[in-house]
Design a protein around this ligand. Structure first.
Ligand SMILES: *[C@@H]1O[C@H](CO)[C@@H](O)[C@H](O)[C@H]1NC(C)=O
Ligand SMILES: *[C@@H]1O[C@H](CO)[C@@H](O)[C@H](O)[C@H]1NC(C)=O
Ligand SMILES: *[C@@H]1O[C@H](CO)[C@@H](O)[C@H](O)[C@H]1NC(C)=O
Ligand SMILES: *[C@@H]1O[C@H](CO)[C@@H](O)[C@H](O)[C@H]1NC(C)=O
Ligand SMILES: *[C@@H]1O[C@H](CO)[C@@H](O)[C@H](O)[C@H]1NC(C)=O
Ligand SMILES: *[C@@H]1O[C@H](CO)[C@@H](O)[C@H](O)[C@H]1NC(C)=O
Length: 308
């Protein structure tokens, strides 16, 4: 019955802090839950604009957009950690309006962005302390395909000062091929480490097959500077596919779940504010089973333990 597993790292065990561990439990998750981003089966797109949303209603989306215009619910089989008739997957889309206006800075006309962030993230909360694991499942929408001539970041963890990210999932054609020299097939998901490390460190990559759910988990040791990657498809239990490896995890910050599309253009341009974006786009990715758990004692949920 129990298909969850725990893994213990000798080094982490030796350094395990005596901090109080949150004991919040949630169905199908065997470790203490710090953020349960699985949305109720009855959730509507407009609910993402409300203060009651599990995700921050204000960030990050186009200046003149509401989440109602960004989120949709295409018919889809449940993801690994979604609970049939209780929680459901959702699609995050980008279009020509998906141009973000950061506080006090010019419009980010180089990018197209729609990313959900946990409403409880404030840069220093419990999700960026000790050792925590970030879970999500993702898959393509054949009706809203991406343009793999561009580079996308469909998941990342940005530092609290917005200057860097501890880990980033990348997809598509790297804007700077030298920065991501391991990529030969653009339609490949790559889990990369700290973005200020150049060229970037790619810990694991896998073809982005349209026909399956891709289940991911990334375990971050916030003070031990370790990173592990877990992966499976459809309803298979997560397997450790990389790590624990060194990664500089300084900086806390926020978990981003959604699309960031880079422009194309010559190396050296300011990608945030310049470059080429074709118009008339209608692109999206489907996400499910988003949660963050406390892995202080080496605990990582690899499969739901409840029988649905
Ligand atoms: C939602 O929160 C924002 C920021 O705290 C506040 O300005 C706004 O009045 C709140 N809206 C509702 C409907 O409570
Ligand atoms: C949003 O609307 C304002 C007012 O019409 C306009 O100045 C601005 O350029 C729009 N932003 C985007 C990203 O289209
Ligand atoms: C962030 O959230 C944590 C936990 O809720 C809280 O203890 C802390 O004071 C918050 N920090 C800021 C800067 O608001
Ligand atoms: C995909 O992106 C490339 C590079 O920006 C662009 O030339 C091409 O027109 C785009 N394709 C589609 C179908 O929009
Ligand atoms: C492209 O990536 C390489 C390798 O990381 C780096 O040395 C170079 O500075 C980057 N080029 C630009 C223009 O950012
Ligand atoms: C991690 O990066 C920060 C910020 O760039 C730097 O100050 C620190 O020395 C780095 N730590 C390690 C262990 O490399």
């Amino acid at each position: 019955m129990s298909t969850s597993s725990k893994y213990l790292l000798a080094v982490l065990g030796a350094l395990a802090p005596l901090a109080v561990v949150a004991q919040t439990t949630a169905p199908g998750i065997s470790c203490p839950v710090l953020f349960d981003g699985r949305i109720s089966y009855t959730t509507q797109p407009t609910d993402f604009d409300k203060n009651t949303s599990l995700y921050n209603p204000s960030y990050n989306l186009g200046q003149n957009q509401t989440w109602d215009q960004v989120i949709s619910f295409p018919p889809m089989v449940p993801s690994l950690f979604d609970i049939p008739s209780r929680t459901k997957s959702f699609e995050v889309t980008i279009n020509d309006q998906s141009i973000f206006l950061p506080g006090g800075a010019p419009l980010e006309v180089g990018f197209r962005r729609s990313e959900l962030m946990p409403a409880t993230n404030n840069g220093t909360d419990a999700t960026v302390q000790g050792t925590t694991t970030f879970h999500w499942s993702m898959r393509t929408d054949l009706f809203k395909p991406l343009n793999y001539s561009h580079e996308y970041h469909p998941i990342w963890h940005e530092t609290a000062d917005y200057s860097d990210s501890e880990f980033t999932l990348t997809l598509g054609t790297p804007f700077n091929a030298s920065f991501d020299p391991t990529v030969h097939v653009p339609k490949t998901l790559r889990l990369a480490g700290r973005q200020s490390v150049s060229p970037e460190t790619t810990f694991f990559q896998v073809p982005f097959d349209d026909t399956v759910w891709h289940n991911w988990a990334v375990t971050i040791g916030w003070t031990t500077n370790t990173l592990s990657v877990w992966y499976s498809t459809d309803y298979e239990p997560l397997q450790l596919v990389a790590g624990p490896s060194f990664n500089n995890n300084t900086g806390g910050g926020d978990f981003h779940v959604g699309l960031m599309k880079e422009p194309t253009g010559p190396l050296g341009i300011d990608v945030v504010h310049a470059g080429y974006q074709e118009s008339g786009i209608n692109e999206g990715l489907i996400y499910g089973g988003v949660f963050i758990e406390n892995s202080a004692n080496g605990c990582v949920t690899t499969s739901p333990y409840t029988s649905f």
